[in-house]
Design a binder for this molecule. Structure first.
Ligand code: FE2
Length: 187
């Protein structure tokens, strides 16, 4: 099965990973974080968007509902699930890509209720590359593990359009074929 079913690496980079990580580690207090769907989240406003023509264009086409950082504490696991509202998310890893954290997908359609318990499943890992941005099919079963001693920080966008209006396949096709979203970053 192609990994494209689960995630798609966008042809442009976020570029500000280290700057955002420094901000999170040095300038942000615990009280800035709030709880959202079992994660700690930090809204980022629109500042990083201004530095990226790709995000600005994407926001015009598909307005963002939330853009921020999702924090997962050390030695925690977010169990198998599909997202309740989102059809697709845009993610980029901010914490160290070499840290022991992972995001796994499995094919929901092969997992009947009878097979959910006490079975082995084929899984696909999304191995985040530094500065790379990805679309994720969050309507397929996925889970996250943080086995490192540091928080796992993920830049993430939630779109105004929910899963009934914007699917992963829609946005992946648009990102493949819409010229502005394919602009390679200027050197
Ligand atoms: Fe999720």
């Amino acid at each position: 099965m192609s990994d494209d079913k689960f995630y798609f690496k966008l042809p442009w980079a976020l570029q500000s990973r280290v700057e955002i990580l420094n901000m999170l580690e040095n300038d942000i207090t615990e009280s800035s974080w709030s709880e959202y769907h079992g994660f700690n989240v930090l809204p980022l406003g629109t500042a990083p968007m201004l530095t990226s023509p790709h995000l600005t264009e994407l926001h015009k086409r598909h307005p963002f509902k939330n853009m921020g950082i999702i924090r997962m504490d050390p030695y925690t696991n977010y169990d198998w699930h599909t997202d309740g509202v989102r059809g697709v998310s845009l993610n980029a890893l901010i914490s160290d890509p070499m840290a022991r954290t992972c995001c796994l997908f499995r094919n929901s359609h092969s997992v009947t209720p009878m097979r959910r318990a006490h079975s082995n499943f084929n899984v696909t890992e999304l191995v985040y590359e530094s500065n790379a941005a990805y679309l994720l099919n969050v309507q397929l079963d996925h889970m996250v593990l943080n086995l490192s001693s540091k928080p796992r920080y993920m830049f993430s966008i939630e779109f105004m359009e929910d899963k009934t209006k914007l699917t992963y396949e829609d946005l992946r096709r648009e990102s493949e074929f819409a010229p502005i979203l394919n602009v390679t970053t200027e050197k």
